[in-house]
Design a protein. Structure first.
Length: 160
């Protein structure tokens, strides 16, 4: 068997659906995730919860907080702490750019999904986001309802 030249698709292991509901996504970034041996095994099984996760800068490095990676079932007593902070890997230019943007009022970094790139590397899709207000959420709901109504009318016209 030789090497396959066709790129492999990314395998999404966990998504943060609540983030798109609670935040207005401005930009997205792909960051590497530093994991221990038992953590990567749990991640490959899809035992990841991003719901309350966020990223923040400490001493010029970017860290991921509140992301729950379940302990590996077949792990020993040296298993990892499920809620420990994890280092995120980005290029220096991206880190500097993000640091400047996060210091602006109201902007935060939220993980959108965790996936395996080329079935090998654990990656996090990070979003630079601003929290939605009640008015923003109401507008989103009104827009979604209007789209559904249009879709329903199109179906009725097509049938009739």
């Amino acid at each position: 068997m030789g090497w396959c030249l066709v790129p492999m698709a990314d395998r999404t292991l966990a998504q943060n659906r609540k983030a798109r509901h609670d935040y207005l996504i401005l930009e997205t970034y792909e960051a590497g995730l530093v994991l221990t041996g038992t953590e990567i095994k749990s991640v490959r099984e899809g035992s990841v919860n991003l719901r309350d996760g966020y990223a923040k800068f400490e001493d010029g490095e970017l860290w991921l907080y509140n992301v729950h990676i379940a302990p590996y079932e077949k792990g020993s007593r040296y298993n990892h702490d499920p809620l420990r902070r994890r280092k995120l890997l980005l290029r220096k230019e991206e880190l500097r750019k993000l640091m400047g943007k996060v210091q602006q009022k109201g902007l935060t970094l939220v993980p959108l999904r965790v996936y395996l790139k080329d079935n090998r590397w654990a990656k996090v899709e990070l979003a630079l986001a601003r929290g939605k207000t009640k008015a923003d959420r109401r507008a989103d709901i009104a827009e979604r309802d209007a789209r559904r109504e249009l879709e329903r009318l199109r179906k009725d016209d097509f049938r009739g």
